[in-house]
Design a protein around this ligand. Structure first.
Ligand SMILES: [Zn+2]
Length: 407
């Protein structure tokens, strides 16, 4: 690999181009700038390096202008700084986009491995080191900064640190300190990559030939080959369903799963696939998933497996349960509603332990309810009237007999 000494840091977006805006008043162009500024400051401490930034203020710059600037300063590599967002606002994790062609591909891969490893250390889920080909002009890179830089013979990579609109990732971008932490991690990754700091880990990619494309970076066009579920346990009384989930994708890493309880109409939030590691390409072949089923329902359950390119495969659907799932907390609430209807409005905390539910039930077995007392009383009154009338009749007859005798 060519020695990398002249480095261009590209803070994504700028000026009118805001980039991603999340609900939390997060504007990508400002955060990428703070990240880039931190990288610049960290790398400037090394005399061996020449560091440039494509923009040093909040201005609009086209991707072509950015690449042209890199060419002007005779850059060895471009690092484009970004933060991600998804349409569903559910995706989370870090990823890096690298060039389609050699030697930029393997160069990008080597850096990507160190970068993702740093993101993993920070606790982020990994989405992989990937290429994206233009659909309009096949053979070309989809991302402008990578394409324009490639045309000028400069490898460029896009660092997508995390998703700023996802509940899982949002804490990573809260406060300036968090953004500076990303900048420092990036700088450390670059220093290890260019050989000015020792590698903090063993990186397999350094054995990859630089003149070849790394197969795992190429788009996996097919969804996971296999996804199946099996019931391990149906705990109806506690509303818990345990499944054995098994899935396979031989071309890319399984990253996430979600599940449906209504036959695929709606899905749960997306969750990290157990043991998923986009760096090593490994993931759990099979895992136990325990789901809390909605109170008094019989689910139509299925699971979706997501691969490294966000393609999904849906499992078989299971709906033949021989019981109804009950939620102890909901049961207690129902019991309380019944109680308040019967006894009046006796307020109780809605969240009581399961033990209380069974206690309440025990007590009720021994006591008569108001309705039962009413029925018993009515029966008593009816019987009283009945016997009273018979008594009256008998008395009446006796009276008549006495009168007859007198005659
Ligand atoms: Zn961006």
């Amino acid at each position: 690999m060519k020695e990398i000494r002249r480095i261009v840091i590209d803070p994504g977006h700028g000026g009118e181009n805001l980039g991603t805006i999340s609900n939390e008043n997060f504007v990508e162009k400002d955060i990428t700038f703070l990240t880039a500024q931190t990288i610049y400051d960290e790398l400037s401490k090394y005399d061996e390096l020449e560091i440039y930034m494509t923009r040093t203020e909040d201005v609009d710059l086209s991707l072509k202008e950015r690449a042209a600037f890199a060419e002007e300063v005779d850059a060895d590599m471009v690092f484009s700084i970004h933060y991600n967002a998804s349409e569903s606002h559910l995706m989370f994790g870090s990823e890096i986009w690298v060039p389609l062609d050699a030697p930029g591909n393997a160069t990008g891969y080597r850096f990507g491995e160190i970068f993702l490893s740093k993101m993993q250390d920070m606790g982020l889920h990994l989405r992989g080191i990937k290429t994206r080909e233009s659909e309009e002009t096949p053979g070309n890179n989809y991302y402008g900064i990578i394409r324009e830089s490639h045309e000028r013979g400069i490898p460029a990579v896009i660092l997508e640190h995390c998703y700023v609109d996802a509940p899982d990732d949002i804490s990573y971008v809260e406060g300036e300190e968090s953004i500076i932490a990303f900048g420092k991690a990036d700088a450390q990754a670059i220093l290890e990559f260019v050989g000015l700091e020792p590698h903090s880990k063993e990186y397999e990619s350094y054995t990859y030939p630089i003149d070849q494309v790394v197969p795992s970076t190429l788009k996996d066009n097919t969804p996971p080959e296999y996804c199946e579920i099996e019931v391990m346990d149906a705990d109806y009384d506690n509303g818990l369903l345990s499944l054995q989930v098994t899935a396979v994708d031989s071309e890319s890493t399984l990253l996430y799963y979600d599940y449906s309880l209504d036959g695929g109409e709606t899905y749960s939030a997306i969750m990290a696939w157990p043991e998923s590691n986009a760096l090593t390409g490994s993931y759990a072949d099979s895992f136990k998933l325990t789901i809390a089923v909605e109170h008094r329902t019989i689910p139509k359950v299925s699971v979706r497996a997501y691969n490294g390119f966000d393609l999904t495969s849906e499992s078989n659907t299971i709906s033949d349960f021989d019981g109804v799932f009950l939620d102890p907390v909901e049961l207690l609430k129902e019991q309380q509603v019944e109680d308040s209807e019967e006894v009046g409005s006796e307020e109780e905390s809605p969240l009581e332990s399961y033990e209380t539910v069974s206690l309440v039930k025990e007590e009720q077995k021994q006591e008569f309810t108001k309705a039962e007392v009413f029925v018993l009383l009515s029966l008593f009154v009816v019987l009283f009237i009945f016997f009273a009338s018979i008594l009256m009749m008998l008395l009446e007859r006796r009276h008549k007999r006495k009168r007859r005798r007198k005659k």
